[in-house]
Ligand binder design. Sequence first.
Ligand SMILES: [Zn+2]
Length: 568
Amino acid sequence: MRYSQMLIPTLREEPADAEVKSHSLMLRAGYIRKVAAGVYTYLPLCLRVIRKVENIVREEMSASGAQELLLPIVMPAELWQETGRWAVYGKELLRFRDRHNRDFCIGPTHEEAITDLLRYYVSSYRDLPKNCFQIQTKFRDEIRPRFGLMRGREFIMKDGYSFDCSAEKAHKTYDEMYDAYKRIFNRCGLRYRPVEATTGTIGGSRSHEFQVLAESGEDEIVSCTKCEYAANVEKAELRPSSPESKKTEGGKFKKVETPNQKSVEEVCSFLKKKSTDLVKTLIFETDKGPIAGLVRGDHVLKEAKLKDAVGCEWCHMAEENTVKEVTGAPSGFSGPVNLAIPVYVDHSVADMKDFVVGANELDLHFVDVNISDFKIDKYVDIRRAQAGDGCPKCKDGVYEEHKGIEVGQVFYLGTKYSEPMKATYLDEAGESKAIYMGCYGIGIGRTAAAAIEQNHDENGMIWPLPIAPFHVEIVPLAKDGEVVDIAEKIYRELEERNIEVLIDDRDLRAGVKFKDADLIGIPYRIIVGNKGLTDGVVELKERKSGDSQRVTPEEVVDKMVEMVSHLG
Ligand SMILES: [Zn+2]
């Protein structure tokens, strides 16, 4: 392609409202243009990246037995009413009425539509398994869209759904999808981790997220230094404490005054204690009634882990009036001694002795409390894992922390959607059974944005070769003569050998061309100038390392063919 003919409207200035690098660079480098909040036009360079990610996804999904189809963007309300999601989805679901006054929505996800399709065609075990995916534009009416393609309202996504006749077979399909996802993100040239994850609003019982590692990532993940285990901190397990440490003597605690001292920091500095000498008692409301969760003063309680440990449907921090009702004191003074609600205690508390807790009275705490001083319903793993914690899956590994951007997630759903939607099949004995499902998503635009978050410098983007809009850019440093002749010759030869090449044929100063080249981030650059040509060479420069080599025009073509041949 010729730069002069392409629409690449680069900007010199930093856009005002871009909070993350991928957003600002995509705007500056002429990749996207905002049309409305969270709604963007994909300009030609961006679309080339999007198509490459899509093709890698398509090839690997097909290779693992999934077949592509395309569900409608617009769906009737009846489908969503069947699963009850029409009522509970809220304002993120963009709804409208057609000319006959019938309710419709624009799909933010397609579990209903695909289950409706499959229940129509699947009647017997002979019709299973089926595994279908689509790559499609979706819409989620986020209240505060931001970060460009990272969290837009309109976005391109790959979503896939599998249908099997037993839990065992559905788990096997899940494993195949997990492996396909690893191949996809390897082929995209990204540094990433598959991590154990919570299932959130989608539901189901088993899930992994694929996290692209980047400092700007919003997700916190931990991974073991010795084994394969890695997990989102919302989920990450910890080693249980040793049981013998739980035998401590009680009965020696005393009440002390702590006027107006509520937070861990305030209480500790007032009593001259360390945060590791204090136990936080946090009150939660759940569908099973109010409960207390106890963690060490310096630890963070994770609601998602508490919800799993207790086995409740929902769980959130109690309002002030509930805290007063169940403890008899305002928040900041809650404690487990004589507390009448179920008490869930994090394993790490079991190793503590003579600690501080709230006394369930205003401005009062207890000191020298031990775990035999109160009733414990269950020891549970509810605190946030952190760097240095021992790995629960192996002997001597410890956790290290990373920041990640979630670009894909796989879920084992079981019969969560098939049961309410009556998606059943007849087994070999002629008995009607619910179909076992899994679902598998990849954010296509978000993968492109995550690639930029992971790969950029102060001058612009640095695309990994497999998903770059072009493999190489030729920059001729003159507007006519031998420089242009040689540059055009290299351009033709590269095109003939199927190398994706952009030639900057604009009549502009070298400095401007280099600035734009850095910004749009093509992995390789061939610089053709009079100076080099007197020695019969051109310069081949790698965007990432900045390394350059002087080679003949013939060699430069062979070198590019060689590099691109590794992409497979
Ligand atoms: Zn480990």
